[in-house]
Design a protein around this ligand. Sequence first.
Ligand SMILES: [Zn+2]
Length: 70
Amino acid sequence: MTVIQRLFTAVFGPGVERDTREWRIECPQCGHNADLWERGGVRYKASGTKWTLGRCSACGHRGRVKIHRP
Ligand SMILES: [Zn+2]
């Protein structure tokens, strides 16, 4: 768990992990996607697609990565 995840869980409870695990983080370059929670992210009570800065562990792409709910 990352510091952010620990903080969110302390404040909002175990629903944070449950919610976050519905989200995938996807690389626009190669299409590789991963569990957002496993990648250290948090997405709680959110909707829609979000773009954020990150790094792809598959192709090494740095820049915008997509966070979405499949
Ligand atoms: Zn990639």
